[in-house]
Design a protein around this ligand. Structure first.
Ligand SMILES: [Zn+2]
Ligand SMILES: [Zn+2]
Length: 289
């Protein structure tokens, strides 16, 4: 029994995380276009037909941009709270919009998805965990500060998508206006490399096999820096950088009893980056660094 996980996109220009077993899958957020999701799913040899639902963490554009078209085209239920739906001004068919409550698991086939609240400057923001048999995966991005819920869930995960948004010195020295720097590090913005590393080194369980460093800022961070920083403390955990420009490979999580050294990527994705993938606007970063 295995789970297959990948980051289709991660960063202030769009977030979309895929978690699935052999028969069904869910997306957490759909912040890139439906067309781009289809392209990336196909490139990874995954099947879009396996996707059975979309779970929405909060209403910032980099998490919802592709939702209306994707949901309509594939008739997918969208699990989204009333506040997020209202504040995101999303037009989703009433039949497809479903609400959820924190701490109440929702079953999509054999996947159980549970939301818990997080600190972020959105109307009603949540993190998610996805459980399949004995395996647990967490999607933890856009977090102003680690809370006890995050610590509890992180310490139970076999794999996690964890925000490592900014380097303190780069944010300090960077060109962002003071109000934006304050917003990012003010407790309801984003997790720094230091905060993410502290969570990882203090609360990682022995069985965590994969850590995807996610939502890495373009202007206030550097993927190589993040990779080096975490690799120094990685132990048996594979460190993966979730790119803002392209999908990661698909990683397979097997039963925890299986030796993690056998858990190699199913595919290794090395793709040229097109000009459109590099497009980026300061406005996006303003909304969600
Ligand atoms: Zn975001
Ligand atoms: Zn956000």
């Amino acid at each position: 029994m295995s789970l297959f996980i990948t980051s289709l996109a991660s960063g202030s220009n769009g977030n979309c995380y895929y978690i699935g077993n052999n028969t069904e899958a869910i997306l957490v957020d759909a912040g890139i276009t439906c067309k781009e999701i289809e392209t990336r799913i196909k490139r990874l040899s995954l099947s879009i037909e396996k996707i059975k639902a979309i779970f929405i963490s909060h209403e910032h554009a980099d998490h919802i941009r592709g939702v209306p078209v994707l949901a309509k085209k594939y008739n997918l239920p969208v699990y989204i709270t009333t506040q997020t739906l209202k504040n995101g001004r999303l037009h989703i068919d009433k039949k497809l919009a479903r609400s959820f409550n924190a701490f109440d698991p929702i079953s999509i086939g054999d996947l159980d998805i549970t939301a818990f609240p997080k600190y972020h400057d959105a109307a009603d923001p949540y993190s998610f965990t996805i459980r399949f048999k004995d395996l647990k995966v967490g999607v933890f991005t856009d977090i102003g500060q680690p809370c006890q819920h995050l610590i509890n869930h992180f310490s139970q995960c076999h794999a996690a998508f964890l925000e490592s948004n900014y380097d303190d010195d780069m944010l300090d020295a960077g060109s962002y206006p003071y109000f934006l720097k304050t917003r990012i590090r003010g407790g309801k913005g984003h997790l720094s490399n230091k905060q993410a590393l502290e969570l990882f080194t203090s609360h990682r369980p022995d069985f965590m096999s994969h850590l995807f460093l996610s939502h890495i800022s373009k202007n206030n961070n550097c993927p190589n820096l993040v990779e080096q920083l975490f690799n120094q403390h990685a132990g048996n955990t594979k460190i993966i950088i979730a790119s803002r420009f392209q999908e990661t490979a698909v990683y397979k999580l097997s039963n925890p009893a299986v030796n993690i050294s056998t858990q190699l990527p199913v595919t290794m994705a090395i793709f040229p980056v097109s000009a459109s993938q590099l497009s980026f606007s300061f406005d996006d970063e303003m909304k969600s660094a």
